[in-house]
Design a protein around this ligand. Structure first.
Ligand code: CU
Length: 597
């Protein structure tokens, strides 16, 4: 009785707050959710757009204590890296133009660093990028380090933070970072009325045309029961024969239910500690999900029974919405989507399917459920039976998200500048006798090994070596930027999701060979688009093929470009763009050097 009374009280108070906040331009509201979700259910993965869109730019400070804790996210015990006792880490919510200050206290037993994935730092802030060995020394155990992240006034969307040191990402050191647009931009980002009208003519319904939004985050990614170090050691041992380690599970927001009897490896497993991830949607609201692939290797296909996805954002770029039944998301990538119900109200709960490709793995792992699931419901979750919904059985090619076809929402952003120069690269993993028959990742015959005591940015000279490929990117005296076409050839039979730090790029073209090698041929250049596709910061280079990315480099600094597959990065598949290094302010370089003392 007491709980119910206080719920009513909350509802009344929030209604009053609402009345105070509502003006015709303030369309994004979330306060009533206090009444919709019980306090137990209201989650740290639920976002509060209005708390940020409606305020002015300010300094937002987060204090992060990193620690090692033995947890059982899916019932299987593992030493997990937590932030303030949480796995995944707390959700950071800010707005465009904020100064985000993160005080990190490293209580881990090893050094660490945090990278703000997808964030475009203004000039002079390369040292805040968090790439250990490139822009800073890692933060030693027991030490503090403060990041000052100046968010650009035009950047907003779905981002994340994660460790950029060693294998800590695969042990759980990550969290969501959401930048809300100010109300003026939020208005612009909403779909055009024409688009909504044409959607309504389709044979499904958005539950309402409500202007209220339920906005939540899903951190979906693969999970190893072993520690990241054991996984990497195995990959780099003679035993792996260069085969990538197959994960054991897919977690959603740090949860899953594991069938303990399925593991042939030695594990400590208690099924009572695992839980099927469950998400509640609001039947009257616009339901937005921000998907982030936080995994170490697997691309994940995501679909929701009897629902369509209206994808509105990719890697922080607002896109012309596309409606699909299935999304494939690679490690590091993000998509924001609106969930649209397409059944006749027959079901209470639905399966969200998180499928991985068996073909992506070179040996079987019986522990891995190839179609791990979460539950999505519109009702309270405590009286829920397991969903009886069926999967989409007839997903056609055009009903899957085609990442190359995504168009920016902003018409001005559709202008594609021509390339000033073209750069060719080759990436692969190789087993060579010179490296003791152990696999290493390569970019153009170099295998990256971060120098953890003398980061690149802190040096007097930026010179390439076999362990650090540093490619200078310079512009003429009269310009502040240069546009490069980067052709990345993938010499092996597995894909590589590549991530560029500090810049976004236009993915112009990809090619995957059916047989043999699929490297770029100068004599037969493909036809490239003439208008700009949506800017990305992470994109898959297909197996035995190549990709062409166009980048406008405009921010001075040492920016890493690397594969986001953990064992590929950790065994060397990375290189550095030395962008306009003569314009890097001394203070930025001193910051990098000071991180080492
Ligand atoms: Cu890779």
């Amino acid at each position: 009785m007491g709980t119910r009374l206080s719920a009513w009280k909350y509802a009344t108070i929030s209604a009053l707050i609402l009345v105070a906040l509502i003006s015709p331009s303030n369309l994004i509201l979330k306060k009533p959710l206090l009444a919709f979700f019980s306090s137990e259910e209201a989650s740290r993965f639920h976002l509060s757009p209005s708390s940020h869109s409606l305020r002015s730019e300010s300094t937002r400070t987060y204090n992060f204590t990193l620690a090692e804790e033995v947890l059982s996210p899916n019932g299987v015990q593992k030493t997990v890296l937590t932030v303030n006792g949480l796995f995944p880490g707390p959700t950071i919510e800010v707005r465009s133009g904020d100064l985000l200050v993160v005080n990190v206290y490293n209580k881990l037993s090893e050094a660490t660093s945090l990278h703000w994935h997808g964030i475009r730092h203004p000039a002079g802030n390369n040292s805040q990028d968090g790439a250990a060995g490139v822009t800073q020394c890692p933060i030693p155990p027991g030490a503090n380090h403060t990041y000052h992240i100046h968010l650009l006034s035009e950047q907003y969307g779905t981002f994340w933070y994660h460790s950029h040191q060693s294998t800590q990402l695969s042990d759980g050191l990550f969290g969501a970072l959401i930048i809300h647009p100010p109300a003026s931009l939020a208005e612009k980002a909403r779909p055009h009325k024409d688009e909504l009208r044409s959607e309504r003519s389709l044979r499904y319904h958005r539950t309402s045309q409500s202007s209220s939004v339920l906005d939540q985050v899903m951190l979906v990614g693969d999970w190893y029961h072993r520690s990241g170090k054991e996984v990497l050691d195995w990959f780099q041992s003679l035993r792996s024969h260069g085969n990538e380690p197959v994960p054991d599970a897919i977690l959603n927001n740090g949860l899953q239910l594991f069938n303990c009897s399925k593991s042939i490896a030695k594990i400590i497993c208690d099924p009572k500690q695992g839980r099927t991830p469950t998400f509640r949607l609001h039947p009257q609201y616009q339901n937005i999900i921000r998907l982030i692939n936080t995994g170490s290797i697997a691309e994940i296909h995501i679909s929701l029974d009897f629902h369509l996805f209206r994808v509105i954002e990719a890697d922080g770029t607002q896109i012309q919405p596309v409606i699909v039944k299935e999304i494939t998301i690679a490690p590091g990538q993000r998509y924001a989507l609106e969930v649209i119900r397409a059944d006749e109200g027959k079901y209470d709960g639905f399966w969200l399917r998180q499928r991985v490709n068996y073909e992506d793995f070179k040996y079987p792992n019986v522990a891995l459920d190839l179609e791990s699931k979460s539950i999505v419901t519109y009702g309270p979750r405590w009286d829920l039976n397991l969903p009886s919904s069926q999967s989409w059985s007839d997903i056609k090619a055009e009903e899957r998200l085609d990442p190359l076809s995504l168009q920016p929402l902003d018409h001005i952003a559709r202008v594609l500048p021509p390339a000033d120069e073209t750069l060719m690269m080759y990436v692969t993993t190789m087993i060579r006798t010179a490296t003791g028959n152990r696999p290493f990742g390569y970019v153009n015959q170099t295998t990256w090994k971060p120098n953890l005591t003398n980061p690149v940015l802190a040096r007097n000279e930026f010179v390439s070596s076999s362990k650090e490929l540093i490619v200078p990117v310079n512009v003429g005296n009269t310009s502040n930027s240069i546009v490069l076409d980067i052709i990345v050839n993938n010499l092996e039979d597995g894909p590589h999701p590549f991530h560029l730090h500090g810049h976004h790029f236009w993915p112009l073209y990809t090619y995957e060979a059916v047989m043999g090698a699929g490297s770029y041929k100068w004599e037969r250049p493909p036809t490239l688009p003439t208008t700009a596709p949506a800017l990305r910061d992470t994109f898959v280079i297909p197996a035995k093929g190549h990709a062409i990315f166009r980048v406008r480099f405009d921010t001075p600094g040492m920016w890493l470009f690397h594969c986001h597959v953990l064992v590929h990065l950790q065994s060397g598949m990375a290189m550095i763009f030395d962008v306009l290094s003569d314009r890097i302010p001394q203070e930025d370089r001193i910051n990098a050097a000071n991180s080492c003392s």
